[in-house]
Design a protein. Structure first.
Length: 257
């Protein structure tokens, strides 16, 4: 599926995004690694949906505006993006950092949202269940942690080792630190507002996630009213990359056209 690269100005931020497919709008919000490796599941989704895939501010080809201090600023930016592109009834799919952004959007306004799909989402803290500190782990070791399958993990580690000094990888890590450094990848105030998420929400998690443990999936499921939960066996922190058919099947049953 061909995706066209486009740029739009949102409140002085030049935001780069890719768009492809047709149908109801679906926005995919990426995790801390950005879009250096394109998730093939997006091509599958573009067979049913008008898929919009932005680079977060400071990631990829998007600028980092001086006013973007935290994830709440990014959430407002994407709400403005949907308005600028005249998108309504948007299915928002967020992975890790992207899931956190999606939740910050939803507790503020769901006027333009139709559903949320949270894949291994950041955003909250479960007492006594630490997350991996991605800033203290070498990129190769982090890649190994991200997958349940040792073969896939070693292949990812080799790519990370080759790319870790490339400009794009460095920019992505800097942007990740700006939004998730302190406290590490959660907003202490978010949990108290998750009851405001009033669109259908699907929590998807890898059973073998060693970066954000599965206890977080249960917490989100408990805190978001009426949410669905799907655990993906034999998958780590990137189940949509490691087990795309299983995740696509789970999403197929949840996402209306």
């Amino acid at each position: 599926m061909a995706f066209a690269v486009q740029t739009v100005d949102i409140n002085g931020c030049k935001l780069s995004y890719r768009r492809g497919g047709g149908g109801a709008p679906l926005a995919y919000l990426h995790g801390t690694d950005g879009l250096a490796e394109w998730p093939a599941i997006l091509d599958t989704l573009a067979e049913r949906f008008d898929v919009v895939v932005p680079d977060h501010p400071g990631f990829g080809a998007s600028e980092m505006p001086p006013w973007a201090d935290d994830v709440s600023d990014v959430a407002y930016l994407y709400l403005d993006l949907f308005e600028t592109l005249d998108l309504s009834g948007v299915h928002v799919v967020g992975h890790s950092l992207g899931g956190w952004i999606a939740l910050e959007m939803a507790v503020r306004s769901t006027a333009r949202l139709r559903s949320l799909t949270l894949i291994s989402s950041a955003g909250i803290h479960v007492k006594g269940v630490p997350k991996a500190d991605i800033f203290m782990v070498d990129p190769e070791d982090l890649a190994r942690l991200a997958y349940a399958d040792p073969k896939i993990a070693e292949e990812a580690a080799a790519r990370a080792g080759a790319d870790k000094y490339q400009d794009l990888a460095i920019l992505n890590r800097i942007a990740s630190a700006r939004f998730g450094w302190q406290p590490r990848f959660f907003n202490p105030r978010l949990e108290r507002w998750l009851h405001r998420v009033n669109v259908p929400t699907h929590v998807i998690w890898g059973e073998g996630d060693r970066i954000i443990p599965p206890a977080y999936a249960e917490a989100f499921h408990r805190l978001i009213p009426g949410s669905a939960l799907t655990m993906i066996p034999n998958a780590g922190h990137l189940p949509h990359v490691e087990r795309p058919p299983a995740v696509a099947q789970a999403m197929q049953g949840f996402l209306p056209n």
